[in-house]
Design a protein around this ligand. Structure first.
Ligand code: ATP
Length: 469
């Protein structure tokens, strides 16, 4: 895996610089849970805003939604989550630890390929049923990572359950949402009745989803709680060719990742789901994979789901979820294309992709796109014990912070301040020195090139604005 920093490197930087902390670490942590620190929360918010602006605010054919995390429980019966939203799990017979059967098989196959046993190279583990996985584990005597035998795999539902009500006996079971998409389908009629949308149109929403994941060790890639950004793009299959629409969405997704998030193209690939892997109602599904340090993994999925979801909700709710074409008066159930992105995976991708070690200058740089960087610039008085420099620097700080996310630093020498800002991805460092008091200009140092230029204070707004274009 050329040039990708290891996961440990990213985890250490994230903790050291306040991007990500293990959740509840004063109590020993909580598996598969992470909190976003002062810098991480800014980066996460910038990624979320970029998605919302690109796909909702700037498109005439899209509207937004913010539905609840707790929905009527029948929603999850209709969507199929109660019946079949599960992972195949095995138990280590000695330690009783649980593992995903598909992950154990994948790791075993990888070891065989490394040993030169090429017969497993084309095997797609997702294609196997739970029973087939069990047979494969038995036949090949696959052990747990601790070297012990494992039980036969069992399907384990990923939905978290909770209950509404205050009286113990009277509590009603409900589910914590496992994806944001279902809130879009259940509001389909409301959106048609309350807005001016016409097919084809999309509804997007972003928010927390929850899954009872047991796989550990993948940092924010796979967590119990995560932020999803999902779109349901509704269309009339008699007027719009789904193959073309799917290609358009693939292209929009790819250009968002490379153009807006600034990720290197060579670290992305498309993977089409095989017939066995794909959900039965989907006609075609692709994953946009990123080359994470632990392998090519799904960042963003896009599926053509036909009219399955709206029809399921019609069946379970008794409410017709249909569209009347204003020109032809044709009444039908629209079909959908669903692009579903995990924001936390995008966050890990952006950190990984931006990470660079500059051995020549002995520094670590996060080459984040300026629009994503937690701070667009850092303002420094050259010396912290010279009140006239501090006062001038504070003026610059308040001028810029009215428009941009700016940070202030007066600790240590300038060299150390530069190194710190490079490591958190701040694109520009602005130093106020004694000349600034005379000529009203400052030194601006560029994160990537380390070049320094002298800029009049009155031009700083325009300089930062051009950097963000
Ligand atoms: P995986 O196969 O990796 O478990 P999935 O195919 O079940 O993912 P989807 O249901 O398609 O995922 O969800 C859409 C997106 O949500 C995924 O592409 C991923 O980016 C994100 N996602 C899913 N599960 C998690 C999780 N546990 N933690 C963080 N992000 C997640």
């Amino acid at each position: 895996m050329p040039n990708q920093p290891s996961l440990d490197t990213i985890v250490a930087l994230a903790k050291r610089r306040g991007f990500v902390y293990p959740t509840s670490n004063i109590y020993g942590g909580l598996a598969n849970s992470y909190d976003y620190g002062p810098l991480g929360s800014e980066l996460l918010r910038n990624i979320k805003n970029a998605w919302w602006e690109t796909f909702i605010s700037r498109r005439a054919d899209m509207v937004g939604l913010d539905s609840q995390i707790l929905l009527h429980p029948e929603t999850w019966v209709a969507s199929g989550h109660v019946g079949s939203f599960s992972d195949p799990l095995v138990d280590d017979v000695v330690t009783k630890k649980r593992f995903r059967a598909d992950h154990l098989i994948e790791a075993w196959i990888e070891r065989q390929i490394k040993k030169g046993k090429t017969q497993f190279e084309d095997m797609v583990v997702e294609d196997l049923s739970v029973e087939e996985m069990g047979a494969f584990i038995t036949e090949n005597k696959i052990l747990s990572p601790d070297g012990n035998a494992v039980t036969q795999p069992k399907a384990f539902n990923l939905l978290f359950e909770t209950a509404i009500g205050t009286v113990a006996d009277d509590k009603a079971k409900i589910y914590v949402r496992g994806e944001t998409a279902q809130g879009i389908f259940t509001n389909f009629r409301n959106i048609l009745d309350s807005t001016r949308v016409q097919l084809p149109f999309g509804v997007g929403q972003m928010g927390k989803s929850f899954r009872n994941e047991i796989t550990t060790g993948q940092f924010v890639f796979r967590t119990l709680e995560f932020e999803q950004a999902e779109i349901e793009y509704f269309f009339n299959p008699n007027q719009t060719k789904w193959e073309e629409l799917l290609e358009e969405w693939k292209s929009d997704m790819h250009s968002f990742v490379t153009g807006v998030l600034g990720v290197k193209e060579e670290n992305l690939r498309w993977r089409q789901h095989s017939d066995a892997e794909r959900s039965f109602y989907s006609k075609d599904t692709y994953d946009l994979d990123y080359n994470f340090s632990f392998g090519w993994k799904e960042l963003w999925g896009v599926a053509y789901r036909t009219d399955y979801d709206l029809k399921q909700h019609t069946k379970h709710s008794g409410q017709a979820l249909e569209y009347r074409d204003p020109q032809t008066n044709e009444v039908f159930v629209p079909h959908v294309i669903e692009p579903a992105l995990g924001i936390n995976r995008a966050f890990l991708m952006v950190l990984t992709d931006a990470y660079e070690e500059d051995t020549e200058k002995n520094r670590t740089i996060l080459k984040l796109k300026p629009s994503l960087a937690p701070y667009k610039a850092a303002v420094f008085p050259l010396l912290k014990n010279k009140p006239e420099l501090v006062a001038k620097a504070k003026e610059v700080y308040s001028q810029l912070s009215a428009k941009f996310a700016i940070t202030w630093d007066e600790r240590g020498n300038i060299g150390k301040r530069y190194l710190y800002q490079d490591e958190i991805g701040t694109p520009a460092c602005i130093t106020i020195d004694f000349d600034s008091l005379e000529d009203d200009s400052v030194t601006v140092r560029d994160r990537d090139t380390t070049d320094q230029v002298r800029i009049p204070i009155s031009n700083l707004d325009a300089h930062l604005a051009s950097m963000l274009e």
